[in-house]
Design a protein around this ligand. Structure first.
Ligand SMILES: NC(=O)c1ccc[n+]([C@@H]2O[C@H](COP(=O)([O-])OP(=O)(O)OC[C@H]3O[C@@H](n4cnc5c(N)ncnc54)[C@H](OP(=O)(O)O)[C@@H]3O)[C@@H](O)[C@H]2O)c1
Length: 298
């Protein structure tokens, strides 16, 4: 039993992996647990993991993230995104350990004209969004010492994400059509991980007086999925990689099982005012991620 500064749940996910890398770079002791060893829907599995790792802060980066598939298996999405965080929150509260829980822009319906604020009413359009909204409410109810961080459009060096999908498709297709009527901030897993570790440090230092609550944490700036793809291919072309013709289409021409908000913009002002943190611009995250991807992995 070794005491760790942080314990991250969902170890194989793109954000969890970025958190572990960033913790190692900062000399922060981090434990990371995931399936099959740590199953967040299994109370005993999580309890024994927390007992073994004795974290000072728990970061829940585990989630059911298959947005379209969740429409056909909402029970599974709710089990992982709502019921498991509910139990985790109660466990953290009982142990007196703060919980940082990651949530999503998809708790909103995107109908608002401005960027969303933390207190705006949640109104998810999808089963995934509804399961995450229920998870947020459960964390608020179960663990007073919580931080809920809503983010958007995560991508990184690992796992399945839009950036890696675009690079793969660029090798397979001459023309790629991408929607240009959903607006948001592509958020680098590395930049988000760095922000989360700074927040974890801050709440450790502040103790029970930390600024608990809900925050928006996305890369700065905004674009559309089409704009994101265009930036990815700009870097790919500069690296001498094959790039396709990119075509802008409306969401109506790319039907998906789950509806997505047309406005996913999250206002990060509260994060900056409270913790002094502003994530870098999304284009700088794309540049860094592209630089880290060895050509063999693209
Ligand atoms: N990806 C996005 O664009 C995005 C946008 C906004 C918010 N978020 C939120 O950000 C957080 C991190 O997302 P991400 O992109 O890093 O997700 P990810 O790459 O899909 O990783 C999710 C992780 O959760 C694990 N997991 C799923 N069910 C589990 C269970 N029952 N027990 C234990 N682990 C389980 C997965 O393990 P397996 O490998 O075993 O499945 C995986 O390691 C999530 O809360 C997500 O909702 C994501």
């Amino acid at each position: 039993m070794t005491r760790h500064a942080i314990a991250v749940l969902g170890s194989s996910g793109q954000l969890a992996r970025a958190l572990v890398r960033e913790a190692s770079a900062r000399g922060v002791t981090a434990a990371a647990g995931g399936r099959p060893d740590v199953e967040i829907t299994d109370y005993r599995s999580v309890a024994s993991y927390l007992y073994e790792t004795q974290p000072r802060v728990v970061i829940n980066a585990a989630a059911y993230t298959a947005v379209d598939k969740a429409e056909s298996e909402p029970d599974e999405a709710f089990r992982i995104n709502a019921e498991a965080p509910a139990r985790l929150a109660v466990m953290c509260a009982a142990a007196g350990v703060p919980l940082i829980h990651v949530s999503t822009d998809y708790v909103f319906d995107g109908q608002q004209a401005r960027a969303y604020l933390e207190d705006d009413a949640m109104h998810p359009l999808s089963a995934y969004g509804a399961s995450k909204a229920a998870g947020e409410q459960a964390v608020r109810a179960g663990c007073p010492q919580h931080l809920i961080l809503r983010t958007s459009w995560i991508y990184g060096r690992d796992g399945q994400n839009f950036l890696r999908t675009m690079l793969r498709l660029a090798n397979e297709r001459d023309i790629i059509s991408v929607v240009n009527d959903q607006h948001g901030a592509p958020t680098s897993a590395d930049d988000l991980a760095s922000a989360i570790l700074t927040i974890a440090e801050n709440i450790e230092n502040a103790g029970s007086d930390a600024a608990w609550g809900t925050y928006h944490a996305t890369s700065a700036g905004e674009t559309t999925w089409h704009g994101f793809a265009s930036e990815i291919f700009r870097h790919a072309a500069a690296a001498g990689l094959r790039t396709p013709t990119l075509v802008a289409i409306p969401s109506s021409e790319f039907p998906t099982a789950a509806l997505r908000p047309s406005n996913s913009r999250l206002d990060n002002g509260k994060l900056t005012r409270t913790f002094g943190i502003a994530l870098p611009h999304w284009t700088s995250g794309v540049a860094d991620t592209m630089a880290h991807l060895a050509p063999s992995r693209i």
